[in-house]
Ligand binder design. Structure first.
Ligand SMILES: [Zn+2]
Length: 394
């Protein structure tokens, strides 16, 4: 497939004048004229029809995060990146603690909350969305559809999609995962999507160096898990289908340097404000993954930016408590104690302390901690149970 110049027909390239011409020639991207709905009698038309059915199910899914401000925020960033194609794009935020995003050729974009929780700022989210938009603009799905080697993967997808038809709002998360990952592109496509994403980011005024940090963070996280094998591909489909994480990260650093947009926007404050009302719930989801090593690395990184954040400190305690390896209980108690002295400390930390003291036979300390919890949160759902513990002397 012949790639057309992406930047050529672009009417919105504020930063274009600053880009070196050699880079423009090298990126060889394509013209962003909006895509027309393909003829239903073609292979591409068939693919769109299938994706439209998937999207109808996704729209009814119980896993969608329907909160308006967060949906508008993510859509705004995607539109800022995709420019003229904005009317063709529909963002769906899926509540799932895994790192995932995708954009299908019919314009359906999925962003999973595990990804949102992991981005340090708006520029990092723009990097991931820009990459997915890169696949869309370069129409990689078409190449894949017409590649004989991937036919069986599409057939499998179709089977799953049809098999689950009628599941409606209860469509399992596994099915959404299939929709999100059906376009497991080859490495050349991934590299091209990275290049387009970076250009889009810089053009929209974001700091392009943040793209490499996304990968740096993810790698650091998965290496923190105790069963880390040294092969990132084993741990995540994302690493399996993409170029080796380290190579990719280095390439992104080198390219970002040529774009030279230092001191561009990272949008950290705006990002944190958007995430704030959802963060507690997303951190609870994160704990349910039972990957405490990864969760602790994530929280550590978040705490470096906000050391006085009592909510993050509490969840740090929770991750240690759940892992329960040697020394973890002590570390959990220390985290709860630190959190209790910080502003806005969540009362739940006293419940967790009480639970640990109860399990370790420290009765008086357990009763004291449970009393503090009940006093701070008298309307909590589990108050009756906690009062019973106190009455029975734990
Ligand atoms: Zn990709």
């Amino acid at each position: 497939m012949k790639r057309r110049q992406f930047i050529a027909g672009c009417g919105c390239c504020g930063l274009l004048g600053a880009l070196p011409t050699s880079l423009l020639a090298e990126t060889a991207l394509l013209a962003p004229t909006r895509f027309q709905r393909p003829d239903p009698n073609t292979d591409e038309g068939g693919l769109w029809a299938m994706l439209d059915r998937e999207e109808a199910k996704l729209r009814r899914s119980l896993f969608l995060l329907r909160d308006k401000p967060i949906n508008e925020y993510v859509t705004r960033i995607a539109c800022r990146l995709v420019g003229d194609h904005c009317p063709d794009l529909r963002v769906y935020i899926v509540r799932s603690p895994f790192f995932n995003a995708s954009m299908a050729p019919n314009g359906m974009m999925q962003v999973w909350t595990g990804l949102l929780l992991r981005m340090a700022n708006e520029a990092q989210l723009a990097a991931v969305l820009g990459h997915e938009i890169g696949h869309y603009l370069a129409r990689h799905s078409l190449d894949r559809l017409r590649d004989a080697k991937s036919r069986s993967a599409f057939g499998q997808f179709l089977g799953i999609a049809l098999g689950a038809a009628g599941a409606g709002g209860a469509a399992p998360l596994a099915q959404l995962a299939v929709t999100a990952s059906m376009f497991a592109y080859g490495r050349e496509h991934e590299r091209e999507a990275d290049r387009i994403g970076l250009e889009l980011m810089a053009r929209a005024g974001y700091e392009p160096m943040e793209a490499s940090r996304v990968w740096e963070q993810l790698l650091a996280e998965i290496k923190s898990e105790k069963d880390w094998s040294g092969d990132a591909g084993e741990r995540s489909i994302l690493f399996a289908s993409h170029p080796p994480a380290q190579e990719r990260q280095q390439e992104l650093v080198a390219r970002a340097a040529t774009l030279g947009a230092t001191n561009a926007e990272t949008g950290e404050a705006a990002y944190n404000a958007m995430l704030a009302p959802h963060r507690w719930g997303l951190l609870e989801d994160e704990l349910k993954r039972r990957k405490s090593g990864e969760t602790l690395a994530l929280l550590q990184r978040m705490l470096e930016r906000a050391p006085q954040d009592s909510e993050l400190r509490f969840f740090m305690g929770e991750a240690y408590r759940i892992r329960g390896a040697e020394g973890d209980i002590q570390l959990a108690l220390e985290a709860y104690q630190t959190a209790s002295g910080q502003a806005g400390a969540p009362p739940e930390l006293y419940r967790s302390m009480g639970t640990i003291y109860r399990q370790t036979g420290n009765q008086q300390a357990a009763v004291d901690a449970f009393r503090r919890y009940v006093a701070a949160k008298p309307g909590a759902e589990d108050v009756e149970m906690i009062l019973n513990y106190i009455k029975e002397g734990v």
